[in-house]
Design a protein around this ligand. Structure first.
Ligand code: ADP
Ligand code: 5GP
Length: 218
């Protein structure tokens, strides 16, 4: 985002970007919602996570995830490169600081699709960092019910039976966490959920706390 000038030619710092975290149990529809929102909002940057899980057919390294080894993952942990990281359903996942911080500071909105443990780590980090706290918005995407979650997870056909069982067992705890988030969207009809998230993003753009230290009219 370019630095704006006011009438006197004084440069104003840009608006602070939003770090929009979307979480929820596996199969709730997070990837589907995020990918549809990204198509509508081309300025929205997607935070590409690191993971040690194997790519699914069609997934691109550097686009869907950075697919890395456990050795590489541990070395990034040691180097302090992650904003958050967690063992999720038996694989490691982590958000690189470089995917978020500079971008929000220069006014770009960033979308993160991360699990509940990761979202709670970022929430805790934000409680100790005023910039992160101003950026952060937490959205929980839930399924209409557990049977539908299982149907979607099986219908996706990307996991083994063992992995599906693990994800469903984890979902029971994850579903209990919805009230730790700022917003709850129940993903019943995909288009409607995307509309709701898009409207929410519009409203969040009006939040005064992110409009810039020099003031909107300054
Ligand atoms: P997640 O990223 O939360 O694990 P996905 O976006 O991969 O979930 O969605 C899981 C499966 O459910 C996919 O096959 C997707 O096409 C399907 N799906 C997503 N949203 C809906 C919905 N609202 N109604 C029916 N099926 C959906
Ligand atoms: P999947 O393997 O289905 O792509 O993702 C499994 C889970 O990992 C999802 O809940 C997804 O939100 C989460 N996830 C993806 N990237 C990250 C990340 O960087 N950090 C954390 N904590 N979870 C992530």
């Amino acid at each position: 985002m370019p630095v704006e000038e006011n009438n006197a030619g004084i440069k104003k710092p840009p608006r602070l970007g939003i770090a929009l975290i979307v979480s929820g149990p596996s199969g709730a529809g997070k990837s589907s919602v995020c990918s549809a929102l990204r198509k509508r909002e081309s300025s929205l940057r997607f935070s590409v996570s690191c993971t040690t899980r194997r790519p699914r057919p069609g997934e691109q390294d550097g686009e869907d995830y950075y697919f890395i080894s456990v050795h590489e993952f541990n070395s990034k942990v040691r180097d302090g490169l992650f904003l958050e990281h967690a063992d999720v359903h038996g694989n490691y996942y982590g958000t690189l600081k470089s995917e978020i911080l500079d971008h929000v500071l220069s006014g770009t909105d960033v979308l993160l699709d991360i699990d509940v443990q990761g979202a709670m780590q970022v929430k805790k980090a934000a409680s100790e960092d005023s910039t992160l706290s101003r950026c952060l918005e937490l959205v929980f995407i839930g399924p209409p019910d557990f049977a539908e979650l299982e149907k979607r997870l099986r219908g996706r056909g990307t996991e083994s039976e063992e992995a599906i069982s693990k994800r469903l067992a984890d979902a029971k705890q994850e579903l209990d966490c919805w009230n730790l988030y700022d917003y709850l969207l129940i993903n019943k009809v995909l288009e409607k959920t995307v509309d709701d998230l898009h409207s929410l993003l519009d409203i969040l753009h009006k939040k005064t706390i992110r409009l810039g230290d020099s003031g909107f009219y300054g």
